[in-house]
Design a protein around this ligand. Structure first.
Ligand SMILES: Nc1ncnc2c1ncn2[C@@H]1O[C@H](COP(=O)(O)OP(=O)(O)OP(=O)(O)O)[C@@H](O)[C@H]1O
Length: 316
């Protein structure tokens, strides 16, 4: 059913450079969360800290009742087996075909027979739609297929948690749409806890249960998707609409007076009905027909239906 990850007061620096500080959030078991933030705000560093590849300066990361920031290397090795990680480029071995790439974690970490390995590898390749491509080398396939192969490899040890580092980077919008559907379907099927780092606003609006945003060395917000999509927080609105007006500048931060001016212009635009300030809650992406949804989907559907009827009553 996936495991909860509870992060409290987490701070990470490299030398004198503070990457983020005092980050606290809970990734609910079995849910999909997305982490957003301008480039260089430390989203990848956050993923690496969760999996114990980087040690924080302060704070805790509790997974299955253990604070992984305090574990010795040997115990960390055990906890890491709970994780599947999809790196940006799929991180496949270029000289191995897809079958051997996907079988790799099973050969490294388990004593399963080749027949058992074959069953698992083909099952995961089927889940990500790669049956028939077993003999292909990573260099012979498209970027989208490489991502799916990386995902199949992240799935072979039946992880409780899957971390995705920009799964949509370098893909065209149609491939991104397919990948998003695959992520939602997989989450419904295996019911693991997912954390996705992305820059793709359309994905962030449709896919997750929860959204977080890192900005100016802090976690500015973390909460349910509908609440964030409705948020009046300037930085959240700016990011989710992908526009220039707001606190995020070219070099990350902007002059406060300039930000105020831009926000006032946006509000005037919204009042005049040009949609500049509109807060739109995009419908969420549902699992494909035929996929049995875990019980939490009923609660989500109820929550969203209630919000919908509230909006209809208030006429917004
Ligand atoms: N091992 C390291 N040693 C020193 N500095 C590092 C290390 N890893 C990351 N950094 C620095 O931490 C900062 C955050 O990097 P990170 O890659 O996590 O950002 P990001 O939010 O994922 O960016 P992007 O969206 O562009 O991928 C950068 O300034 C980077 O140079």
């Amino acid at each position: 059913m996936g495991v909860e990850i509870r992060v409290e007061g987490l701070t990470k620096s490299f030398g004198r450079q503070v990457i983020w500080q005092d980050v606290s959030l809970t990734l609910p078991a079995g849910e999909i969360s997305v982490m957003l933030g301008p480039s260089g705000t430390g989203k990848s560093v956050f993923l690496k800290t969760l999996v114990g590849l980087l040690r924080p300066d302060r704070g805790s990361v509790r997974i299955a009742d253990r604070d992984i920031t305090r574990l010795r290397e040997h115990d960390l090795y055990e906890v890491r087996k709970l994780f599947g990680v999809l790196f940006q480029d799929g991180a496949l071995f270029g000289s191995m075909n897809l079958y051997d790439n996907i079988a790799f974690p099973l050969r490294e970490h388990t004593r399963r027979s080749e027949a058992e390995i074959r069953r698992t590898v083909l099952e995961k390749m089927e889940m990500v739609g790669l049956i028939g491509a077993e003999e292909k080398l990573p260099g012979e396939i498209s970027g989208g297929m490489r991502k799916r192969a990386g995902l199949a490899r992240a799935l072979v040890l039946d992880p409780e948690i899957i971390l995705f580092d920009e799964p949509d980077s370098g893909l065209d919008p149609v491939r991104v749409a397919y990948l998003n559907q695959l992520i939602v379907d997989l989450n419904a099927q295996i019911d693991a806890t997912f954390l996705i780092v992305t820059h793709d606003i359309a994905s962030a609006r449709q896919v997750p249960d929860n959204i977080g945003l890192l900005f100016r060395r802090e976690l500015v917000v973390f909460g349910p998707r509908e609440r964030l999509l409705n948020s009046g927080e300037p930085v959240v609105r700016q990011f989710l609409h992908g526009r220039m007006q707001g606190p995020i500048g070219m070099a990350e931060e902007k002059d406060a007076a300039q930000v105020e001016l831009e926000l006032a212009q946006l509000d005037r635009g919204a009042a005049a009905g040009d949609g500049g300030g509109a807060r739109v809650v995009t419908p969420r992406l549902l699992p494909s027909p035929g996929i049995t949804r875990p019980p939490r989907w009923e609660a989500i559907a109820r929550r969203e239906a209630e919000r919908h009827s509230r909006e209809e009553v208030s006429g917004t």
